[in-house]
Design a protein around this ligand. Sequence first.
Ligand code: FE
Length: 153
Amino acid sequence: MYKYTEVEEKALLNAGTLGIKRYILSLDNHVSVVEALTAFCKEKNIYAGKISGLGAVNSATFRFLDPATLKYVDKTFEEQMEITNLTGNISEKDGKPYLHLHITASRRDYTCIGGHLLDARINGACELFVEGYLLTSVGRYQDPETGLNLYKF
Ligand code: FE
């Protein structure tokens, strides 16, 4: 029914301190969200964790996986949008931090679009909380049934 990994247990370091690190992060203007966040996770050795944030972008590419065909449909929106919510998790794939991000973004007319985020370009600011679980690394595998990169426990 489910698979899981115990974060607290693995996060207890030898010194008896909890191996969870929390960061408040601000991305530079005009950077790629995925590039910047991946670089940050790499620098801080985060291969399991969570991300939440907000900000503003002028380009965002969404990805939709059609479950019937297992084909990806990507769509880029080139317009100014507020990130009303950016949420995601961090895992490890091919030795690198792997981000799984979802976004909801509001347009000039205050309607929202959203979905699985491939990448976005900051135009304004992007403020995030990143929580990294040290000594924990969660990998991914390609699941043939769903076509998704699922957690490998
Ligand atoms: Fe997704």
